[in-house]
Design a protein around this ligand. Structure first.
Ligand SMILES: *Cc1c(COP(=O)(O)O)cnc(C)c1O
Length: 441
């Protein structure tokens, strides 16, 4: 165990859950080379400070070496399965190229994401487009792209989406998204498995499969329970997978064998410093076991897990205000930069990168520059006393960070740099005030 592990409960629980028979001797080594989580405290403060000086703040930093490590760990845990990256967690080209080179396929939620995957060098055969109430424009575009990339797979979550594809002349690889009636997730807004919006009602899937098998190349079944599978939530995940195994056997008995069954993503990452990481091997074992016998390949599609701990958000302290019941630390990143705290009450670790070790910790409320009371990154959090000009780093910002940024309050979106080896590269320039009015007629 390295000092960075901090002797937290992480290792203890991983040990408790893993088989007694696994190669205990080689494990510490593997972990040191590719630990299950990179904590915010492990990012080099001097390097972050230099990046902020050079590129300005707010600034997203994404370490593509860490993305690569996360991919490698997933590939190892799911070595006989197929791992697809849920592109929506971070669609930056540098990330997509890294993930593609690591051998993960691409799970796309829109025509725009399909376009980005193709631009990043993905083959049609590695792309799955999972349409959620797809607008006509998306279907037009994807069917058009399919003509050049006939190996692309389209997943439908409603019977009439299959009709709409047929009307457009699509007769290619089709997958049915089932609503498994089981949800999991860290927040109500990310639980999709039991939400009628997503997927064909479970009991209707076999009949739908039969009725469309002649018109399309029916290749698989799909379900996604939501985001945030943790050790606690594994029973939900197991139940979803079990139901998908049952459904697959039923469908296969009617239309013959399928190529794959995709049980979704939602692999959690520890957002809190004292939270243990997910034991991927346990999740993989539980998933295989719950699925039971099916003829096709098991597929999973993590998004967050691939990129979350590979990213930090850097933000500068602009004002410090001693209010009667709080010290309000005003920073230049807000809910338009990182939406998760405002939208999901999400916890993100925050570190004062500028503070020396002996700076006293105070209880701080970190707030952004947006005129909304929800624009608060944390309340009453112990932080090394933030002073004006200090640089704060926000952890686990690689997933659903830049992706959810907006220009509300006419705030330009931040810049992003990608790290690889010793090098840093600007991969998204900072939006300008001129960019904000660019689309106006
Ligand atoms: C968002 C999403 C995922 C990925 O979820 P994570 O929590 O980021 O792993 C996977 N599949 C589908 C269909 C999704 O919508």
């Amino acid at each position: 165990m390295t000092p960075a592990d901090g002797g937290s409960g992480a290792d203890a629980s991983a040990e408790a859950e893993s088989d007694a028979g696994t190669e205990a001797e080689s494990e510490p080594n593997t972990d040191a080379e590719n630990p299950q989580i990179r904590r915010l405290s492990e990012w080099d403060a001097d390097r972050l400070a230099r990046l902020a000086d050079e590129y300005g703040t707010p600034l997203y930093v994404i370490d593509t070496d860490r993305v690569q490590e996360n991919c490698a760990r997933l590939q190892e845990a799911f070595s006989a399965e197929e791992v697809r990256y849920a592109v929506k967690a971070h669609t930056g080209r540098a990330v997509l190229e890294t993930v593609r080179e690591a051998g993960l396929a691409a799970e796309c939620a829109s025509a725009g994401e399909v376009e980005r995957a193709l631009n990043a060098g993905y083959e049609g055969s590695e792309i799955q487009y999972t349409a959620v109430n797809p607008p006509a424009r998306d279907l037009d575009h994807v069917v058009d792209r399919w003509r050049d990339h006939p190996e692309l797979t389209v997943t439908v979550g409603a019977a009439d989406t299959a009709d709409r594809l047929r009307e457009r002349g699509f007769d290619g690889r089709l997958c049915i998204r089932a609503n498994p009636g089981v949800g999991a997730g860290h927040h109500e807004k990310v639980r999709t498995g039991a939400n009628a919006k997503f997927g064909v009602p479970y009991d209707d899937v076999p009949e739908l499969a039969e009725s469309i098998a002649d018109d399309f190349d029916l290749v698989g079944l799909h379900a996604h329970a939501g985001s945030g599978i943790s050790g606690d939530d594994l029973s939900n995940h197991r139940e979803l997978v079990r139901r998908m195994g049952e459904l697959t056997r039923n469908v296969e008995s009617r239309v013959g064998s399928l190529e794959f069954v995709d049980v979704g993503g939602g692999f959690g990452v520890p957002y809190r410093a004292d939270e243990p990481p997910l034991d991927l091997d346990s999740v993989a074992d539980a998933t295989r076991e719950a699925l039971g016998d099916v003829s096709g390949t098991l597929a999973v599609e993590p998004g967050r897990y691939v990129v979350a701990d590979a990213g930090v958000l850097l933000t500068r302290v602009n004002t410090v205000k001693e209010a009667p019941d709080a010290t309000v630390v005003g920073v230049d990143a807000g809910m338009t930069t990182l939406l998760r705290p405002a939208m999901y009450d999400a916890y993100h670790e925050i570190r004062n990168v500028s503070a020396a070790d002996d700076v006293e910790a105070i209880s701080a409320t970190v707030a952004g520059p947006i005129c909304e009371s929800a624009d608060v990154m944390c309340e009453n959090r112990l932080l090394a006393y933030p002073r004006r000009g200090n640089l704060l780093a926000v952890g686990n910002a690689g997933a659903y960070g830049y992706e959810m940024a907006s220009t509300y309050n006419s705030r330009p979106r931040p810049a992003e740099v990608a790290l690889s080896g010793g090098a840093a590269r600007l991969v998204r320039r900072r939006e300008t005030l001129t960019d904000l009015t660019e689309l106006e007629a």
